[in-house]
Design a protein around this ligand. Sequence first.
Ligand SMILES: Nc1ncnc2c1ncn2[C@@H]1O[C@H](COP(=O)(O)OP(=O)(O)OP(=O)(O)O)[C@@H](O)[C@H]1O
Length: 314
Amino acid sequence: MNSIISLKNVSKRFGNKQALDHVNLEIPSGIVFALLGENGAGKTTMIRILTGTLKPDSGHAEVLGMHCLKESEDIRKKTGYVSDAPAMYDWMTAEEIGWFTSAFYDDLFPGRYVEALGAFDISPGVKIKHMSKGQRAKVALALATSHDPSLLILDEPTSGLDPMVRRQFLESMVDRAALGHTVLLSSHQISEVERVADWIGILHEGELKLVKPLQALRDSTQVITATLDHSDATVVLPRGDVLTESKNGRQLRWIVTDLADDWRQDYDENAGVVRVDQATPTLEEIFVAVCDPHASRPKSQPPEAKPSGEVAYS
Ligand SMILES: Nc1ncnc2c1ncn2[C@@H]1O[C@H](COP(=O)(O)OP(=O)(O)OP(=O)(O)O)[C@@H](O)[C@H]1O
């Protein structure tokens, strides 16, 4: 695989907090990769390592085949980055900040920048300090994309923006991926990224718990609901990796990956089961199953970390 981003055994600790713990990740080109994780999971730490502003304690990080620290200047020329609170010279107008930034890039930058401002409905003559948060975010995105970077990195790009602006932002990510560019975006907005992401990565307490194409994740993960003939009945777990189990009266509910094809055989009237149903979980349900410390994981059949392949649950 020709990776745009490559992390090998990357760890970072702040005091006694393990912000990243032996993270391995390969992101191919031409996709929107959504990095999901709760507050403090390590998303910004990972992004800072990729953008060369933070040195990992151990491991190796590359972007576009370049060393994240030693070649950070070259990486910056070929990537675009928008933080959740972009720092900009706010006494400049949108036009002035575009001219200022264009000095670092090629001759095509100004034209693309003016075009991007137009698409976002931003008046070039307005000073940054007189703009709303959403308008600033649009200027930041226009600045970060007008050198047509191969890789765009966005840390919580839509936080605090209204739904229309968020939609416009996310659609522009899909457009970029369609042109063969790669987008890495970190987010809490699971249902929103579900609409645009091609691949999903879930960070939990510094560990990368899952990396997988979204469609493959949907195809391999199922919600199984079994209605028991009485609430004390005991039944076997579905054959597969059971991530979580919950019980409500006579109803048992499991989130399972890699379910055996003939799993239904185990559930019939003799097994004390009146009915079984199978459904596809939402990304949010999978996220909770992977990350929620209160989720009940059956002890008799713990989810196994896979030794190889693209996905690992633990
Ligand atoms: N400069 C720092 N000094 C000390 N601790 C830090 C520093 N940066 C991050 N941390 C800690 O490392 C952990 C991971 O933080 P990080 O900012 O990467 O999380 P995050 O997933 O981006 O969270 P959020 O979604 O809240 O922005 C947190 O516990 C945080 O407190």
